[in-house]
Design a protein around this ligand. Sequence first.
Ligand SMILES: C[S@@+](CC[C@H](N)C(=O)[O-])C[C@H]1O[C@@H](n2cnc3c(N)ncnc32)[C@H](O)[C@@H]1O
Length: 235
Amino acid sequence: MNLVPHAAQAKENLNPDAHPTPALSAAQRSNLSPVTAWGYAWWRARSLRLLGAPGFTLEREATLFRTLCRPQPGQRWLDVGTSAGFYAGVLARAGAQVTAADLSPAMLAVAARREPSAAITWVNLNVEASGLPDASFDGVTVGATLNETHDPARLLSELERLLRPGGQLWLMYLRRTAGPVQALLARPALGGLTFPDPAWVARQLPGCVRVDGLGVGAAQFDRFERRVAEGNVTL
Ligand SMILES: C[S@@+](CC[C@H](N)C(=O)[O-])C[C@H]1O[C@@H](n2cnc3c(N)ncnc32)[C@H](O)[C@@H]1O
């Protein structure tokens, strides 16, 4: 596995040089466990159907992504919170060069075994404060990591910074339904999950335009494009 660890990483602080240091939600901490990592691919294959998107298989999700985003050979993509490597694998098979980031070394170990591709670089990193250069990527995929990250506004702002002008941001997340289960899972002790409203997500990305949006049950799929500045005008 070509895993690139972040310098001086620690479980509670994977970006010691970032200011302020990102905190971790209970859901993020649970993903550090090898047991969670071991079972994650099984859960992911069923999760959307169990969480209100009946009939929505992983293959359908991959087809939707490929159809709308059309990843091209040689493009640089970042997969944020890769877990078992689902989007990283789809991207590598499309010929893209993939940086697959996760704050859980256990998840990265599982993903590297499931998706053994030389096109994928596995990186142990908290993407809320990645330290990566501006405009590093042609595209970014975020499969449900928005629900689990400690500070989704901070993550979205960072992703906008990492996209090149004209680059694409693909988001899959469970959106707000105002149901009692979501209210429970949002409690810090029970996960600290966030179930964002699509309009709120769009407001966190002022440098991007939402070009596609699709709701399937509670699952939301959004495609944004980074605006291109021409002269003094941002289009
Ligand atoms: C819901 S799972 C992601 C599933 C995966 N993207 C997919 O589509 O199959 C969330 C993953 O994101 C990781 N994660 C959460 N917050 C993160 C962050 N700020 N930076 C990097 N990884 C993060 C967790 O460790 C976990 O593996």
